[in-house]
Design a protein around this ligand. Structure first.
Ligand code: AMP
Length: 114
């Protein structure tokens, strides 16, 4: 997946504003923030999205979810609240085909989900 933008970020070829990293995950600020705090969490290994998880170990998926709470704490929004979103496919407007979770917060978010 050489042409994948987020794989390029993982390899350090595309710059990012990282907020958290470990051996399996990277979290960085969204380039076009939709909230006062908007961080993307990705697995370093390429996965297309939520519909490409067959055979993926549960431990990686658990780490991604746990990282959301960690990132929220680092961003100072764990108490005020945040939203975790993963867009999957065209109807959800997924624009980067590398699994990612949006952590959004820092202001009261809309009650509308769609
Ligand atoms: P989605 O539309 O759910 O696939 O989310 C992809 C997100 O990646 C969007 O919110 C974009 O603003 C964000 N994005 C695209 N390119 C970059 C980049 N180079 N650095 C950080 N965020 C990016």
């Amino acid at each position: 997946m050489d042409e994948c933008l987020f794989c390029g970020i993982v390899r350090g070829e595309v710059p990012c504003d990282a907020v958290y990293e470990d051996e399996a995950l990277l979290a960085f600020r969204d380039i076009n923030p939709q909230a006062d705090r908007h961080v993307l969490i990705i697995p370093k290994r390429h996965l297309d999205g939520l519909c490409g998880l067959e055979g993926v170990e549960d431990s990686l998926l658990a780490r991604l979810l746990r990282a959301a709470a960690l990132v929220a704490k680092k961003e100072g929004i764990d108490k005020s609240g945040f939203r975790l979103v993963s867009n999957c496919g065209p109807d959800a407007c997924q624009s980067v085909p590398h699994l990612h979770f949006h952590v959004l917060g820092g202001r009261p978010l809309s009650g509308q989900m769609g």
